[in-house]
Design a protein around this ligand. Sequence first.
Ligand SMILES: [Zn+2]
Length: 364
Amino acid sequence: MFARHSLLLQAAAVLAVAVWASAAHAQAFPWRAGWCGLKDPEKLVACAKLIGFNALIAHSTPERMVEFSELARQSGIESYYWFSLSFGGKEREPFRQVMEPGDDKQFVELNADADPAKHGYQFGGEPVPGNHDVLLTPLLCFHRPEVKAFAQQQIRERLEVCPALTGVAFDYFGYQNYRCCHCPQSEKLFAEYRQAHPDLPPDKALDQFSLETLVTFNNELATYVRQLRPGAKLATHVYPVFLPQPLYGNQLDVDYCCQTVAWFFQPYWSAEKIRQYTHTVVDEQARYHPRAVGIPFVGVYVGRPVGDKSPERLAEELRVIWEAGKTSRLSVCSFNEFVDHPEVRLVVKQALSEQQSAASEIKQ
Ligand SMILES: [Zn+2]
């Protein structure tokens, strides 16, 4: 009996050291990741090396993902399979989230709005104050066991086919109305939650139920990936926004949690908001999970009717993020803009190079 306890204690100690070592490694690694369309893997990898990014996140056919992940590994760049709950297909339509009639009406009106910027619509980011936004991309309801099984199957198949992948990156894990789902399964689970929490007012209960189940879905899927492939890394982008608590990302037990500190579209976020969000993302990264590293996420589109961030604007945002967070860890979407636009590429290359010099001075 004693021997068995001793073995269990030893195993627990080894596990604790492994988790600590993994957390220490992740926190020492200057992870800089680009979310990208997989048009030309060679150009993407070359650009990442040139400007100082060390991770790329993409989704495509199994064949393209094999090519991309092997090329990335040969070049010392981490590669992640970008998995999204917007990828349903027709056979999963019955598992889509359900919104209230007012949200459905807003969905129809936003879709029909011919203005390219849709009068201040933020496409899944925090709505402009006074606007009522819903996500124009239908999402699967992760309260459904069928959706959990679908997510596991998609991830399992990609990891099996692509041994060179570093890990998996989650995206579009949230609510289409930014708050909750009203499908029969969600309503049933919420009724049970109300019974278990009779003292909570209904609105507070709904917010708490929605957040807890969202966090649990993320964390259970992350655990599944780690069991499937020990050593696989997990990343996520907190999107679409969860309005009752936008910066909940530190509750997610992933290696790299990307939370928006500067969004894609006008009105661009104020320096004060970028500073405040960067502080929260970086300073509170390990409040719940020792391995989690908080990554400031910046949205960059160039030359598009609904988003055209200037190089000067991007430079200013990177400066504020660096000053607030004293971290050169960063995540950007779309990374393809760095490949396609030399003036934007130069901005990020210079910013990262200046930050690295400053960081080495701070260490001395
Ligand atoms: Zn639902």
